[in-house]
Design a protein around this ligand. Structure first.
Ligand SMILES: [Fe+2]
Ligand SMILES: [Fe+2]
Length: 258
């Protein structure tokens, strides 16, 4: 059943990140930096989601959807803020989140020659607003992924393990709940704006490369800065993480969508 605007609640929560250990998932550097990378990818991505959806909000004829867009933007704004607050903890752990954020902005979002600007400007020259629609399609696909991750997160024994730092589990559960609440909003906007299958599939292809590519880049970046990682454990931890992503709930949900 589609969510109503009332069901997409903007919760102005603030998390306490005191005493989060450096390797806060199962004591594993590989698993921790995989999710640490998301603390940078999510805020920059969420700012992009808001930009791309807002470009069409005033044109929407569906008043209910317009209200949902307002709640969607509110939720994404607070997600970005809370994940970004964790950067301070990462800095205290001798990691450099700002460096990765700068790389992400320059190459993916908002930078003059970023994928976002090149995509929007190039396609807008071909046909007015086509670039904005491509950006919206990318947002829709990325929102599909965040919903997959959110659903998986409540099923995945690895992710709900008691060896997670509890305050981080709270943050991730809250984010997952709200991703599920608003998962249809960007898709519904795209459907109203342009229901072209080609635009939708192009966004999915690009989202797949971008999301996993940038998460993996951030993971490698933070691993390279981590002086406390155990080199000996890296191969086995990598194997467990890959197995979890590909053959666990994330993989199963992803396969069932095709
Ligand atoms: Fe979010
Ligand atoms: Fe979202």
């Amino acid at each position: 059943m589609p969510a109503t605007a009332e069901k997409i609640k903007v919760r102005n929560v603030e998390f306490n990140f005191d005493k989060v250990p450096k390797h806060w998932i199962l004591g594993s550097s590989i698993a921790t930096h995989f999710v640490n990378s998301m603390h940078i990818v999510f805020p920059e991505g969420e700012k992009f989601f808001v930009r791309s959806v807002r470009k069409f909000s005033k044109d929407l004829k569906n008043e209910e959807l317009k209200k949902q867009v307002v709640s969607f933007c509110g939720q994404e704004g607070i997600h970005a803020r809370e994940h970004q607050r964790f950067w301070e903890v990462m800095e205290e752990q001798d990691l450099k989140p700002e460096g990765f954020a700068k790389f992400l902005k320059t190459t993916a979002f908002s930078g003059k020659y970023s994928l976002e600007n090149v995509l929007v400007n190039t396609f807008n020259k071909i046909q007015p607003r086509l670039g904005d629609k491509m950006a919206l399609s990318l947002t829709t696909a990325l929102e599909h992924y965040t919903a997959i991750l959110a659903h998986a997160f409540f099923n995945e024994p690895f992710a709900t393990n008691k060896h997670f730092a509890p305050q981080m589990l709270e943050l991730l559960h809250w984010h997952a709940c709200e991703e599920i609440e608003h998962k249809a909003v960007a898709f519904d906007v795209l459907k109203e704006v342009d229901d072209s299958y080609i635009i939708r599939v192009s966004g999915m292809g690009l989202a797949t490369i971008m999301l996993w590519g940038y998460i993996a880049s951030g993971q490698i970046y933070f691993l390279s800065q981590d002086k406390d990682k155990s080199i000996i454990k890296i191969p086995i931890e990598s194997f467990i993480l890959l197995k979890t992503v590909i053959f666990g709930e994330i993989g199963k949900i992803f396969q069932s969508t095709f």
